[in-house]
Ligand binder design. Structure first.
Ligand code: NAP
Length: 315
């Protein structure tokens, strides 16, 4: 099969489009013929070696962390799915979504409803579920809460705005002027153009700040939080973990670093709200598997509007 691998950490030129044997599903696993892989910043962070402590030094590594497709083989003892089922899956750090076939664990494999496209399904497991967990597991968003989404027009942000609105919050989205209409169309009540205004100048106004743009430091963003408010960070940082511990006990304005957790319940919530039309999925650009390096380079510009996907196969 064709797949995207890399044999050392580095830039997008390290990605190689190669022929390798199809993987074989083990017990509790399925083999999926991939239709669409979605591109997430974590994919190029892994490629650059920023998460070496998790991905190690053993190469080759396989690129891509989530996909949609059709089950083509069942591992020993698997009866929950059948060959031909339409599914999507988030993978472990072993990756491999940028490939014609991928093995996924059944607990991470979810059926796609008939009315949902492979493109849409490929984007749910990471960018969709992360803000949902931020708003329901880590900070219980309630009707009327004031939420700021820093990076409102990206993969996470476009989902975050809509999820926050479903939960009844008032949403302020931060992005550049070119994305103003997009975030308003997704339900944002107000937009801050970061080139014209720094949200940190607004004091005591937000119950929650979700920092999808990864540039809101606790020290200068905490003033924007109301008492009892929280800043949620999405990038792994020892400093945030330490601050998170400290603010939990000693400050009325908290900070928390969160990591996505596998949850069928949360995935089902996303599916239900997409099928009902309450949440739209914004797809910015589509690339072919061969152009996976270009897809990651585009993601790395930090300018994506919604999600970037890779079409691996049309059937
Ligand atoms: N912890 C976890 O489990 C987890 C899960 C998912 C994602 N993440 C992390 O969350 C982050 C966001 O992911 P993503 O997929 O949303 O990224 P993304 O799609 O690349 O985000 C791009 C968006 O960020 C906006 N942006 C860029 N600079 C900005 C600034 N200074 N202020 C406000 N907005 C700005 C851009 O808008 P303009 O073009 O208008 O500037 C663009 O629309 C990544 O670091 C990712 O690794 C973590």
């Amino acid at each position: 099969m064709k797949a995207i691998i890399f044999k050392e950490y580095g830039g997008s030129e390290k990605l190689e489009y190669v022929d390798i044997p199809n993987p074989q599903p083990g017990s509790g696993e399925v083999l999926i013929k991939v239709r669409v892989a979605s591109v997430n910043p974590v994919d190029w962070k892994i490629r650059e070696g920023r998460l070496k402590f998790m991905t190690g030094k053993k190469f080759p590594l396989f690129a891509g962390s989530e996909l949609s497709g059709v089950i083509s083989e069942l591992g020993p003892g698997v009866s929950k799915f059948k060959i031909g089922d339409r599914v999507f899956a988030g993978l472990t750090r072993k990756g491999g979504a940028y490939a014609e076939y991928v093995v996924a664990k059944i607990e991470k494999t979810i059926s796609i409803p008939d009315e949902m496209s492979f493109d849409v399904a490929s984007t749910l497991a990471i960018a969709g579920v992360t803000p949902l967990q931020a708003f329901t597991h880590h900070f219980k968003v309630k009707k009327g809460h004031d939420i700021l989404i820093n990076g409102g027009s990206g993969g996470v942000g476009t989902y975050a705005i809509q999820i926050a609105k479903v939960l009844g919050a008032k949403v302020t989205a931060v992005c550049s002027d070119r994305n103003k209409e997009l975030v308003l169309s997704l339900g944002a009540d107000e937009v801050i153009d970061y080139n014209k205004e720094d949200f940190r100048e607004r004091h005591n106004v937000f119950d929650l700040i979700l920092d999808a743009a990864s540039n809101a430091a606790y020290t200068d963003s905490k003033k924007s939080l109301k008492k009892g408010g929280m800043l949620i960070k999405l990038n792994i940082s020892i400093k945030t973990i330490v601050l998170g511990f400290w603010t939990k006990y000693f400050s009325s304005r908290k900070v928390k670093m969160i990591l996505l957790k596998n949850s069928r319940e949360d995935l089902q919530w996303m599916i239900d709200h997409i099928v009902s039309g309450e949440i739209k999925v914004i797809i910015d650009k589509t690339f072919s598997l061969e152009k996976a390096g270009e897809a990651q380079a585009y993601s790395q510009t930090g300018r994506a509007r919604g999600k970037i996907v890779i079409t691996v196969s049309d059937n």
